[in-house]
Structure formats: structure tokens, C-alpha cells
Design a protein around this ligand. Structure first.
Ligand code: ZN
Length: 158
């Protein structure tokens, strides 16, 4: 899911190694970094670590739209919005539902932030974790809406 870039810190050297997170710790990929350092800089260079996520920007935009729809639903400007943000519609009668969602987002964010590769930014990873978990919770809401609709349709179909 993440792409990890190791950039050589030696002055004037632009060597960058990019690999999927799953492969970054494998022997062949680690050896390539060690070999570059040994052959080019006599082992005296280091590497900065930077993680990127191809899905981060699209998911962030989807989350922003969801947040906007949630605010519209909360203000009651457009009643249809509540269908897309059931957590807002449910909050007055079942506040535990929204609290469980916030707790789920917080726990996923924390556990994702802690598992990063050595030297990588924890803040960047926490932001990615927050974006991902908010999106997953939103998907959960959509599934819930469809299940409710299906249940109501089934109940009234006789
Ligand atoms: Zn280098």
C-alpha cells in the first residue's frame, strides 16, 4: 500500500531507491542499498526514509466530500444528505454509534502510525492512517445504509 523511498544523504549524490513497503525490508532490496553505500561512498553515507501512498490524495478528497455532506446533514439544509451520513442522523438517538466510529478511527490511526519503517515520519504515517481509517468507516456507513434499506424493503415486501 505504501511506497518507501530511501534517498542517499551523501552530498551531490542523487541516488534514490523506491520500492513497495512489502519489499523494502527484503534481503535483495536492503543489499542494493548497502552495496550503493559501500561502492560509492565507502560505507560513509546514510539514507533518509520517506513513505508515500498512491491512494492518499484521492481518499483525502473523498473524506473531505464526506465531511461536507456530514456537516450539511447536521445543519439540516438538505435532508437527503442524512442518507449518506447516517452517523449524523443517528447521533441524537444513538450517540454511542458516532463514538464507536471515532474510537475505531483513532485506534486504526494509532496502530498504523506505530508500525512504520525505521527513520520514517510518524506524523506523515499518522495522517495516512487517519485518512485510510476515516475512509473505511465511511464505507462501513454506506454498507450499513444498504443493509438497512434491504431490511426495510424485505420487511415491507410481505
Ligand atoms: Zn549515494
Amino acid at each position: 500500500m505504501a511506497v518507501i523511498a530511501y534517498a542517499c544523504t551523501a552530498a551531490g549524490c542523487g541516488w534514490v531507491q523506491e520500492s513497495p513497503a512489502k519489499e523494502a525490508g527484503t534481503e535483495a532490496v536492503v543489499d542494493e542499498r548497502v552495496a550503493h553505500n559501500a561502492q560509492t561512498h565507502a560505507g560513509e553515507a546514510g539514507f533518509t526514509v520517506r513513505e508515500t501512498w498512491p491512494w492518499l490524495v484521492p481518499l483525502f478528497i473523498v473524506n473531505l466530500i464526506w465531511l461536507t455532506v456530514s456537516v450539511i446533514a447536521r445543519l439540516g439544509v438538505w435532508s437527503v444528505a442524512a442518507v449518506f451520513a447516517p452517523q449524523v442522523a443517528m447521533f441524537p438517538t444513538a450517540p454511542w454509534f458516532g463514538l464507536i466510529e471515532i474510537l475505531a478511527i483513532g485506534l486504526i490511526t494509532l496502530s498504523y502510525a506505530k508500525k512504520g519503517p525505521e527513520g520514517a515520519s510518524v506524523a506523515r504515517r499518522a495522517f495516512a492512517g487517519l485518512t485510510m481509517s476515516a475512509f473505511l468507516v465511511m464505507l462501513g456507513n454506506v454498507v450499513l445504509v444498504f443493509v438497512l434499506f434491504a431490511f426495510v424493503a424485505f420487511a415491507f415486501s410481505g
